[in-house]
Ligand binder design. Structure first.
Ligand SMILES: *Cc1c(COP(=O)(O)O)cnc(C)c1O
Length: 387
C-alpha cells in the first residue's frame, strides 16, 4: 500500500467514464459490448484485460476488490454474493477429493456445517485443532493435509489465535494458510503480514457496517486467487454490482467506524467486568483476556464483539434477553445498531453441547456486537435489563 489506509479506502477508484463523475457510478449491466469480431475473440481468449460479463468481473466489483487488496496487502481478489459463498468457493477451488483441511475448532457455524456435512460427500475430510494448544497442530498434519484454516477473533467465543505461529507452521509444512478475518476487518488486522496465503471476509459485517447487504471476498496471492477465479467464474457466486457499489462506499468510512465500534466495545467490556451479576467477560483488549498479549501483537484494537455470561445460567440469560429494550435481538454483527445474540439457542444450536463448549460457548453465553449508538445509551439498556 503506497498511501495510508484511510487514503486508499477513499481514493482507490475505477477509471472515470466519459462524464468525469467524482464518485463511482453504478454499472448495473450484466454484459459488456465489443468493437468488432477481433475485439470479441481477443477478449474471450483473455488476450485483453477487460470486462466481458458480470459473472466474471464488473467495474463496481473491481473497485471493491482493489480497495480490499490494498487494505490487506494482497495481490488480487474475487468478490462473492456472501461470506459463505467466499468460504465454500475458495476451499472448493483449491481442494481435490482425498485432500484434508486442518482447521481451528472454533469456526463460524455454517463453516463447521460445510466441513462436517457437505465436504465429506466429495471425500474432502477435516480435523480440528484446539486454539489453546497450538503445539498440537503439527501432530495433526497428515500427508493429505493441504489447508490450514482459522478465524481470529473467534465467533462467538471472542478468543484470539496467534497468526504468527500459524504462519510459521504453514510455511514449514507447505500448507495453504487461510484466515477468515471477518471479526477484525482489514483495518484492525492484516493476516498476510503474518504469513496467510488467502484472507476471507464476510463483507456483510463490518465492511458494509449498516446491516444492508450480503457480501464476501477472498484476497491473497495472485496464483491462488487465479484458481479461485477460474472456479468461481464458472460456478457463478459473483457479488452483485449494486452491492459492490454499496461496499466501496462503506469502505470509505471503515477506519472511522471501526475505531468507534472498538472504543464503545472496550467501554462496555470494562463496565461488564465490574458488574456483580456477570460471571465472566471476554474482549481481546481487556487485560484479563488470556490472549491479551497476542491480541496486542496482531490487532490495532479489540473489535466490536464482547462475550459474557450472566450469573444464573440459561434462565437468567433468557430473562436478560427479554428485558432488553433498545438493542436488537438478532444474529448479525458489525452493524451500526448494537445487537444481542444467544449463540447456544441460535447461531450454534446445530452443534452438540460438547462442540459448543470447545468453541467457548456455555449455555448462558451472550454475545453483543457493539454498535455506534452513544455508549451511555448502550450501557443504560444493559443495566436496566440486568436489574
Ligand atoms: C458471518 C460470517 C461468515 C459468513 O458470512 P455471510 O455473509 O453471512 O455468508 C463467515 N465467517 C464469519 C466469521 C462470520 O462472522
Amino acid at each position: 500500500m503506497s498511501k495510508k489506509f484511510e487514503t486508499e479506502a477513499i481514493r482507490t477508484q475505477v477509471e472515470r467514464s466519459q462524464f468525469l463523475e467524482h464518485s463511482a457510478p453504478m454499472y448495473l449491466t450484466s454484459s459488456f459490448v465489443f468493437e468488432d469480431a477481433e475485439d470479441m475473440r481477443a477478449s474471450f481468449a483473455e488476450e485483453k484485460d477487460r470486462n466481458i460479463y458480470s459473472r466474471y468481473s464488473n467495474p463496481n466489483t473491481s473497485e471493491f476488490i482493489e480497495k480490499v487488496c490494498k487494505m490487506e496487502g494482497a495481490e488480487d481478489g474475487f468478490a462473492f454474493a456472501s461470506g459463505m459463498a467466499a468460504v465454500f468457493s475458495t476451499l472448493a477451488s483449491l481442494l481435490d477429493s482425498g485432500d484434508h483441511i486442518l482447521s481451528a475448532g472454533s469456526v463460524f457455524g455454517s463453516t463447521h456445517s460445510l466441513f462436517a456435512n457437505f465436504f465429506p460427500k466429495w471425500n474432502i475430510l477435516y480435523d480440528y485443532f484446539n486454539i489453546n494448544e497450538l503445539d498440537s497442530i503439527e501432530t495433526r498434519i497428515k500427508p493429505t493435509t493441504k489447508i490450514l484454516y482459522a478465524e481470529t477473533p473467534t465467533n462467538p467465543g471472542v478468543d484470539v489465535v496467534d497468526l504468527e505461529v500459524l504462519g510459521k507452521i504453514a510455511k514449514k509444512h507447505n500448507l495453504i494458510l487461510i484466515i477468515d478475518n471477518c471479526f477484525a476487518s482489514p483495518y484492525l488486522q492484516q493476516p498476510i503480514k503474518f504469513g496467510a496465503d488467502l484472507v476471507i471476509h464476510s463483507g456483510t459485517k463490518l465492511m458494509d457496517g449498516q446491516g444492508r447487504v450480503l457480501a464476501g471476498i477472498t484476497v491473497g496471492s495472485r496464483e491462488l486467487v487465479d484458481k479461485v477465479y477460474r472456479f468461481s467464474r464458472i460456478t457463478g457466486p459473483a457479488l452483485s454490482p449494486f452491492n459492490a457499489w454499496v461496499l466501496s462506499k462503506s469502505l470509505e468510512t471503515l477506519a472511522l467506524r471501526v475505531d468507534k465500534h472498538c472504543e464503545n466495545a472496550l467501554k462496555l467490556a470494562e463496565y461488564l467486568e465490574k458488574h456483580s451479576k456477570i460471571n465472566w467477560v471476554r474482549y481481546p483488549f481487556l487485560k484479563s483476556h488470556p490472549k491479551y498479549e497476542v491480541a496486542k501483537k496482531q490487532m490495532k484494537a479489540g473489535g466490536c464483539v464482547v462475550a459474557f455470561e450472566v450469573e444464573g445460567g440459561v434462565e437468567a440469560g433468557k430473562k436478560f434477553f427479554d428485558a432488553i429494550k433498545m438493542l436488537s435481538l438478532s444474529a448479525n454483527l458489525g452493524d451500526s445498531r448494537s445487537i444481542v445474540t444467544h449463540p447456544a439457542s441460535t447461531t450454534h444450536s446445530k452443534l452438540t453441547k460438547e462442540e459448543r463448549l470447545a468453541s467457548g460457548i456455555t449455555d448462558g453465553s451472550i454475545r453483543i456486537s457493539v454498535g455506534l449508538e452513544h455508549i451511555d445509551d448502550i450501557i443504560a439498556d444493559i443495566e436496566q435489563a440486568l436489574e
